[in-house]
Design a protein around this ligand. Structure first.
Ligand SMILES: [Cu+2]
Length: 151
């Protein structure tokens, strides 16, 4: 490789790296006592469709909530996450699939959310098979419906 070709190759690699960095998006999910639709104890928005490498920030707009991955409801190889009560956490999702999460204290009141990373269609059925408390199950079913419909 001559010098010009080498310089071009390095320049191209740097541009590709920059482009990958620039395309990673950040999303925000608020943890609320009351949603805009008057439902109580909600994640807003409850459903997100993001791309691998994107980051989701869980914000304790109202205190006393947290965000925790529901055991058995994240893709194989993905890292489970768990924030403390009233703690803001940022989670970068790299493994494609379906991520169900909950607020630990309000799980029984149906405070759950869902994130689809990349194409998560194959993760919908396994996630739907996870047993949840009745109110959480009802909301999760709607969210999984959105994921099944392609987000
Ligand atoms: Cu909560």
């Amino acid at each position: 490789m001559n010098r010009i070709a080498t310089t071009l190759a390095i320049g191209t690699a740097a541009l590709v790296a920059l482009a990958a960095q620039a395309s990673a998006a950040e999303y925000e999910v608020q943890m609320l006592n009351k949603g805009t639709d008057k439902q109580t104890m909600v994640f807003d928005p409850p459903f997100l469709h993001v791309q691998p490498g994107d980051t989701v920030r869980f914000v304790p707009t109202d205190k006393g909530h947290n965000a925790e991955a529901i055991p058995g409801m994240i893709p194989m190889g993905a890292e489970a996450f768990k924030g403390k009560a009233s703690e803001e956490i940022a989670v970068t999702l790299t493994v494609p699939g379906i991520y169900g999460y909950r607020c630990t204290p309000h799980f029984g009141m149906g405070m759950v959310g869902l994130i689809e990373v990349g194409d998560g269609a194959s993760g919908v059925a396994p996630a739907a098979a996870v047993k949840l408390p009745p109110m959480a199950e009802k909301r999760m079913k709607e969210l999984l419906g959105k994921a099944a419909a392609g987000g």
